[in-house]
Write a protein that binds this ligand. Structure first.
Ligand code: NDP
Length: 451
């Protein structure tokens, strides 16, 4: 078994890397899935003969386009636009749009690949996609962001639609950006449909969608903790990021009785030894979502907190760590620090935030560790619920959506247990999530023939 897996992964990766040179994040994401599903493929050789994995790593379509826009001073800028439509075996393409200076084809492909398995795990009928641009909204005026979003959507609109591809937000794309893109889509296509999710509450958005990724990650962590008779009550939680996912992960963790001691952005992190309160978190909401300031301003408001420039929060002692910022933001050295400080649960809110070396350390130490494709799936799941509400022209209550989110996160946890429980009882959430996500997509692809 071991020998087959090693040989299969090695030869597959050699071919993938040759065909997709330099796309290191994409290679990393594929390798992780391959290592989990190779033992399963060995049992079902027809999936190997049918080249299901080879098909899954080749996007069904990659759209790349020019996004020209003009700033407030009249200067012209040109950005790159992307939409990677990875897999539509189980439903229309679905996945967020990221606006960040680091965006490139490798990052788009890794995110679209991960999205395929994540969407499969949600139990909802959604294929996998991702899009974005190397445009950063940071430091831009509202008018500049609007002009950029309109230019981006002018091209993207011809490739998406409620039954084709339904984008949403991600890093750098929140309610403001979704609004500008939806407005332009509606203007050009002359249709009011659920083509984007994460919409405003008065024009088709779902209650609980803003909260869903962070809350969902906490619900997933609750299930993980329960396997060891534990809960959030009285635990110290370190969170990275201070955007949408981090804000709501912090809120839910606090409301479940935990003390949240860190938040961060790409410049550094704040450590508040007294822990966040509802009042402090309201300040963060305003700082990040309205003023659009930096997290270091927190210490001016709350001087008992400390700010660490250029550092990430993983040196801080905690029981539970929730990386909620970006990919590869928690490395092996930081994993060792977390373990040495007694951290026993790592729940990813971000996509692929933990490096493979760090994951190996967590799994060797047999702590609770969940990959983002399982624990952050609440966001896209609630986007799926937004699509359902748009289709039936109805709006569900916050309680109804929250109950569905709870059930979905619990189902994802059950799927991880089913496919990820090792003979010694350790739950390998990476293996569980990858195999459960893979089986559904692979079977649908087999049913639909060679397309
Ligand atoms: P936001 O843009 O709201 O926030 C992103 C946060 O991460 C900011 O604090 C940002 O800091 C920080 N960050 C971004 N890039 C880096 C970097 N290179 N290094 C350090 N910090 C960085 O995005 P979201 O909260 O929506 O997304 C966070 C993560 O969660 C992403 O990995 C995303 O893919 C994932 N995710 C999001 C979902 C959603 O529903 N929004 C759903 C599922 C996953 P700064 O302001 O300095 O850039």
């Amino acid at each position: 078994m071991e020998e087959f897996v090693q040989k299969y992964v090695k030869s597959f990766m050699a071919e993938l890397e040759a065909k997709n040179p330099g796309e290191k994040e994409f290679h990393q994401a594929v390798k992780e899935v391959l290592e989990s599903v190779a033992p399963y493929l060995e049992q079902y050789p027809n999936l190997i003969e049918q080249k299901i994995m080879e098909r899954m790593v080749e996007p069904e379509r990659v759209i790349m386009f020019r996004v020209p826009w003009m700033d407030d001073k009249g200067e012209i800028h040109i950005n790159k636009g992307y939409r990677v439509q990875m897999n539509s075996a189980i439903g229309p393409y679905k996945g967020g749009i990221r606006f960040h200076s680091s965006v490139n084809l490798s990052i788009m492909k890794f995110l679209a690949f991960e999205q395929t398995f994540k969407n499969s795990l949600t139990t909802l009928p959604m294929g996998g996609a991702k899009g974005g641009s190397d445009f950063s909204p940071r430091g831009k005026s509202d008018a500049e962001v609007m002009r950029f979003c309109q230019s981006f959507m002018t091209e993207l609109q011809r490739h998406i639609g409620p039954d084709t591809d339904v984008p949403a937000g991600d890093i750098g794309v929140g309610g403001r950006e979704v609004g500008f893109m939806f407005g332009q889509y509606k203007r050009l296509r002359d249709e009011f449909t659920g083509t984007l999710t994460g919409k405003g509450q008065t024009w088709g958005g779902s209650l609980m969608r803003p909260e869903a990724t962070g809350y969902g990650a906490c619900y997933f962590a609750q299930s993980m903790l329960a396997t060891r008779g534990e809960s959030f009550e009285g635990k110290t939680v370190a969170i990275s990021g201070s955007g949408n996912v981090a804000q709501y992960a912090a809120q839910k963790a606090m409301r479940l009785g935990a003390k949240v001691v860190t938040l961060s952005d790409s410049n550094g992190f704040v450590y508040d030894p007294d822990g966040l309160t509802e009042e402090k978190l309201n300040y963060v909401f305003k700082l990040k979502n309205v003023i659009r300031g930096r997290i270091k301003e927190y210490v001016k408001q709350y001087p008992t907190a400390q700010y660490f420039e250029g550092k990430r929060p993983w040196s801080i002692k905690c029981d539970i760590a929730m990386p909620c910022a970006t990919q590869n933001e928690l490395n092996a050295e930081e994993a060792k620090m977390l373990l040495d400080n007694g951290c026993f649960c790592v729940t990813e809110g971000a996509n692929m935030p933990t490096t493979p070396e760090a994951i190996a350390l967590f799994q060797k130490a047999k702590i609770l560790y969940s990959p983002g494709k399982a624990s952050n799936a609440g966001g896209v799941a609630t986007s799926g619920l937004e699509m359902s509400q748009n289709s039936i022209r109805q709006k569900w209550t916050a309680e109804e959506v929250d109950n569905m989110l709870h059930r979905i996160m619990s189902d994802i946890h059950d799927a991880c247990l089913k496919y990820g429980t090792e003979p010694d009882g350790y739950i390998n959430y990476v293996k569980g999530a990858n195999i459960a996500g893979f089986i559904k997509v692979a079977n649908a692809m087999m049913d639909q023939g060679l397309v």
